[in-house]
Design a protein around this ligand. Structure first.
Ligand code: ARG
Length: 229
């Protein structure tokens, strides 16, 4: 089915971020918002029969805005967690992720067991920030933008950064080659889900759309576009 009469043809604001490559980011040449999440939600909306427009913000502002009911939809590589499920509804998982430590190539930090007392960067409001607080005695430096943590790591102001595997790997491949590396294991498996306002009528039609995209190869095409070699 294609969404019910109340959602069909309506326009919804999608809350997202502008700096979480390759899920959402601004194309510096065109100024357009691009990424895996952006393509995914556009196609979901098309199939489910609603329109979307995007609003970008800091990830912790996005969480607060969603929880305050200001946005109907949020897509930002957001991990489905029991805490967030108390205040938000989520789609079926659309991407398997996890968090991992990144350090300079010559670092003596080999795993999360070595970070106590060290300066470890992350992003405000992220699952990595809360992991560090709960499981380590690191000096946690959480920023509104993860790129600040990456730059401070490259400049030697931080000893490590803990963040989402695909974003860390992307950064190493693009900017950190030979200077930065991942170390230790993936610390916590996480699944990304599209967030909806609690009780949103968009959840079911959006899930159906996503399932149809997985079945007919459209999901794989979008995946290949952003994660293919
Ligand atoms: N997956 C992590 C979380 O949900 C980090 C997501 C950050 N996403 C972003 N668009 N900056 O907490």
């Amino acid at each position: 089915s294609k969404g019910n009469g109340d959602t069909k043809g309506k326009t919804y604001t999608v809350a997202t971020d502008s700096n979480f490559k390759p899920f959402e980011y601004l194309n510096t040449k065109t100024g357009e918002l691009e990424g895996f999440d952006v393509d995914l939600i556009k196609e979901i909306a098309k199939r489910a029969g609603y329109e979307v427009e995007f609003e970008t913000m800091d990830f912790d502002g996005l969480l607060a805005g969603m929880q305050g009911g200001r946005y109907e939809i949020g897509i930002a590589g957001m991990s489905i967690t029991p805490e967030r499920e108390e205040t938000l509804d989520f789609s079926i998982p659309y991407y398997d992720s996890g968090i991992i430590l990144m350090v300079p190539t010559d670092s003596d930090i080999e795993s999360i067991d070595d970070v106590d007392g060290k300066k470890i960067g992350s992003r405000q409001g992220s699952t990595s920030e809360s992991f560090l607080g709960k499981n380590t005695e690191a000096q946690v430096e959480a920023y509104p933008e993860i790129v600040t943590a990456y730059m401070n790591l490259a400049n030697g102001k931080l000893d490590g950064v803990l963040y989402d595997v695909p974003n860390v790997q992307y950064y190493i491949a693009q900017e950190g080659k030979g200077k930065l590396k991942t170390t230790g294991e993936i610390l916590q498996g996480e699944s990304y889900g599209i967030a909806f306002k609690k009780g949103s009528e968009l959840v079911d039609p959006s899930n159906e759309a996503l399932e149809s995209m997985i079945k007919d190869g459209t999901y794989a095409e979008i995946y290949e576009k952003y994660f293919g070699e």
